[in-house]
Unconditional design. Sequence first.
Length: 302
Amino acid sequence: MKKNIQICLGSLLLVLGSIFTACGPEARLDMVGMFAGTSPKIDERFEESKVYNDQHGFTTLQAPVEDYRVYVCTDTHVTKTQTRWTYFIDTYRHDPLCPVAVHLGDIIDAQNYFDEMYSAYQAVPLNPAKKDTLMAVAGNHDIYFKQWPEYIKYFKTCYYYFIVETPSGKKDLFVVYDSADGTVGSKQLQWLRETLEWADKQDFRHIVACTHTHFFKRDGSQGHTSNYTQEETYALLNLFTQHGVDMVWSGHDHSREITQVKDMTCIVVDSMKDEDKKPFYMLVTMGEKIDYEFVSVADIQK
């Protein structure tokens, strides 16, 4: 029986190897990274990001109006095609009410596609009539294929916060944290706790948390990055609800989900790959209350 099991496992590995090999060099797949992380673990990523954060601090952006817009997308999985990614950039850059856009992770699909992503980003003309910023979240595809050095080359840090201030002086806090390998780690959890305790003493209108991995497990489709442990889920939900976080935005599952936890709304945003049949981004209006809608990009030619 033991020998039969070994033969079956060996055959399975050969089949998987054949499949991935058949994809050719354009697939740029890292076999180990498909099943276990090949980048530094979360505490190491935190420490490396902390060096940058300590040197550069965090950003305050100026909103053009009281009720400003934030464009939110996730899971673009950029390869050699970037049609919807390019469309998203062009759309938020030409919205005069938008000072910031957020990408919730898996900006690329596999190894070595950061260059394609960044070339497409640079190719979209800036709008000279306004300023805007793209804020990024680390996703599992962004770091798992030995891409952590490339990720920080472009995005510098995996955890941070930024503030958006309206013309009247009202301020919204956006807290970005790294959950790319299905955990936040002890060091980052402590930073989240300290940041939200600090936020309690400020006069923020809204607090939004932005990350990649979603809270609630629907299935096992995402493998080892599927969700946080139950203990970590409880710790984060308890922390966020205690400190008045209004919303948590995440991606990863490629399927929309909206869950209410006390006064906090947890939103999993649809993916926006070029291959998706039902791609959406989320358009958020930050006013006295937070309004949001989902905008289909299915009609954008692939």
